[in-house]
Every structure is written in C-alpha cells, then in structure tokens.
Design a protein around this ligand. Sequence first.
Ligand code: ING
Length: 307
Amino acid sequence: MSRIVTVGAAQLGPIQRGDDRASVVARLLELLRQGAAAGCDLIVFPELALTTFFPRWFVEDITEADHWYETAMPSPVTAPLFEEARRLSVGFCLGYAELTPDGHRFNTQILVDKSGGTVAKYRKVHIPGHEHHEPDRPFQHAERYYFEPSDEGFGVWQAFGGRMGMMICNDRRWPESYRVMGLKGVEMILCGYNTPIHYVPDPSQDILQGFHNALVMQSGAYQNGTWVVGVAKAGVEEGVDSLGQSMIVAPSGQIVAQTLSTDDELITARCDLDWCRRYKETLFDFGRYRRPEVYGPITGQRGVTLD
Ligand code: ING
C-alpha cells in the first residue's frame, strides 16, 4: 500500500525592502499554480515568505518594525492565496512574522489544507543571531531581538494522509528538532529557511553553507525515518547573498530533488509516506533500540558541563 503525497518546494528569490506584499503574493500564487499543474497536493513556501528578511536591520523602537509582521492570517492581501488554494485543491505551508493581539512576536509557519483551512501553526523554537544592535557587523541578524522563542515545542499533525511536522530555518541544525517529531511519528517535516551565505561569527563557514544545509536535513531525515522538505528564500536580498539549494529529502537521506537557481523555482517529488517504515521499523525502531535512561543530559541541561 502506498500513501503518496506529491509535494512542491516553492523556493523564492529575493524579496527587496520595497517589494509590497501584493507583489509577493502574486509570486506565491504563480508558484502555487505551477504546483497544482504539476499535480502537487502540498506546496511549501520559505520562512518569512511575505517580506524581506528584516532582522538584517536594527531599529531602536521595535514598533517601527511592526509593518513587517502579520496581525491577521489570512489578511485581505494574503486571502487570495487561501482562496486559490481552495479553488485548486492544493494545500500550502507558509512562513511569516506574527504579531499577536497581546503584542508577542513570533517567527511563524502555518499548514493550510486543500480546503484552504489552517490546520496547524508552528512558532520557531531555536532563534539564532543576536539580541542587541551590533553596529560593526556588515549586516544584522537580530532575530533574537525581533522574535520570541516558542515554548510550544514541535508538533506533528495528521494531514495530507500522513503525520506532518514543521520547523523553521535554524531549527533544522538541531537534532532535537527532528527527534521530538520523530518520537511523535512524523513522516514529513516542512521547513522554510533564510540563510545568509556570510556567517559573521566565523566566515570560514561561508563556503560550507550548502554542505551544512544538506548535511543537517539529510541526517535528520535518515535518523528519524522521515521525509524533509527544505525551502529557501534565496539570492541577493538588499545586498546580502542567501543560500538557495532548496531540497526534498527521502527517509533514506537521499536528496530526490534540489533547486538549481537562486530565484523563484518550484521542485516537486512524489513522496511515498510508507517508505518511512523502512527505517522506523528497522534501524530506527525507537521503541526497541533507544536508551532514554542514559540520555539525561539532553533534556536536563542547556550548555556543556564538564564532569
Ligand atoms: N538563519 C540562519 C540558519 O540557521 C545562520 C542563521 C546563518 C546560522 C548562517 C548559521 C549560518 O540557517 C535563520 N533564519 O535561522
């Protein structure tokens, strides 16, 4: 028996500071239509897919950044995406900056089903970068100033005929993200990202960005017997070059599709969710082989302690 989900990774090229949401939504609609034409059940868009990556600038008064956040989803400008999804009977996953009615700010991702209804919301757990202005940087990465870390952890939801999970960007670098969802039986993890090529704390990593991107998603997929869909906002955004290389990774860890450009580009794959069992019921039969009784430090401490 095969449970096939045809998934599209809808990579975005750069969104410049002056690009309004309507022009971005038009690009998202084009990718959604391409995906529908290709037989996709689900289209995955990047992290912060409605705006430029605004944490690259620092504003002393954070309310001056409010316009980068969504206070409603859908809103009048994003509603056409939900309506078209329903008309085409295609689901989608969308990353955006969320400002809640009580003033909380999250880096958020939602899962919308084929009826155009929101079935899941995830808020980013691992927030990289820095909390305060660092004027010596060539560009800021002040996500820890603009977003609160979620305390809701990682969810897995029954949708599209399987167990669907979500994570955002830096989450993909932490094995805990995959394992928590793995322990909830995840079969496909959806992950948007915005990854600058230049890593200011250690420029030696710049040349390895593509390697590290693939490394973490391939290992996370294999070690948890799950599909992983990683989708970039890529290209040179306001002078900052961001990684593309969006990809669809099988439970074996094999990359089954990868983008070639740093522009708007759709890649698709027919993903058999039953392939997950080849790993979940053998090598990574968690119930049989894991040893949580000796894993205490993983949840018991934050940083390193030397015995
Ligand atoms: N971006 C980056 C990421 O984790 C980063 C932060 C950039 C980490 C470069 C390491 C190297 O892919 C986000 N948005 O998390």
